[in-house]
Structure formats: structure tokens, C-alpha cells
Design a protein around this ligand. Sequence first.
Ligand code: S3P
Length: 175
Amino acid sequence: MRRVILIGFMGAGKTSLGKKIANRMGIPFIDSDHEIEAHYNKSIGDIFTEKGESYFRTIETEYIEALDLRDDFVLATGGGMPCFGKNMELLNSIGTTFYLERSPKELAHRLYHSKTSRPLIAGLNESELLPFIEERLAQREEYYKDSAVILSRDEQTPQVIENFTDLLVHPLQKS
Ligand code: S3P
């Protein structure tokens, strides 16, 4: 089984890197946010507004529990998913987790132009964004760092991830 699970803060690049990895490894790409939106026929923003964040977190856990484990896949998780309940433990039990580490400054830069679709940061102005990320990342890193592999920016490539996946899944078959 080759199941790659990408973990990281909003804006870390989980979706775009995930698509490239899936393409390289020839396995399906799935994105938890997109699948939740399709299933409920609502945007994440609408789910937050109508039902609140804790409801969304319940849905995220249900989503992990319902994943079809007969399949190989690359999964891009929502940025908060690993940090609630036993989600990180669950994710570690079904595949190889990779934390895409990025600095708060970099995340702020990457997120500034795409913040409208993300309810947690939609209302923040430019000067509020960096402190928000610093604070939230500090709370979340203990969960993110439970990943099987922590990748620095330069290591966040499809090739590095494929190599790690094979190594960690089939250690005895490698000579
Ligand atoms: C969230 C991250 C988002 C999405 C939701 C909440 C978070 O996913 O799940 O807006 O709590 O960090 P991305 O990391 O794909 O933006």
C-alpha cells in the first residue's frame, strides 16, 4: 500500500504538491476539503458559517474514518484536521504522514492573496495575518510534528516523498 498523507498549515502547498506526487506515483489524489464540500454540497466557508467550526471538525474525523483503505492515494488534509481529537493518530495509522514545514512569514505571504476562501483568516487584514499564523502554528506544531516525516522547504518534492514512502512502507524489501 502506498498512502501518502500531507499535513501542514493553510497555504503550505499540500494540494499543489499532492497533485504532483499522485501524478508521479500513478495513484489517485484526494483533497479532504474538496471531498467534504462535494459531499455536503456546500463550501467550507458556508459549513463554518451555518454550523460552526466544531461541526466541521466532527465532519473531518468522520471523513478520515470513512476513507476507503483498499486504495492507494495521496491525501491533502485540511490545515486543522490533524490537531483535533485523535485525528493525527488516525492519520498515522493509515498512511505515511508528511509535515510540510513552512515559516510563518512564508505562509503569510502565500496566504495573503488566497485568504477569502478560508474562513479562519477571511476577516484578517495584512497586519493581522502574520501574528495570527504565528500563534496558531505554535499551537498546531506539536500535532504536525507527530508526522512520520518532517520536510523542510527544499525537501518538499514529489521525488523525495516517493522515496520516503517506499522506504517506510517496504523497509525489508530494500537492500
Ligand atoms: C483550515 C484549513 C483549511 C480548511 C478550513 C480550516 C484550518 O484547509 O480545512 O478552512 O483550520 O487550518 P487548507 O489547509 O487546505 O487551507
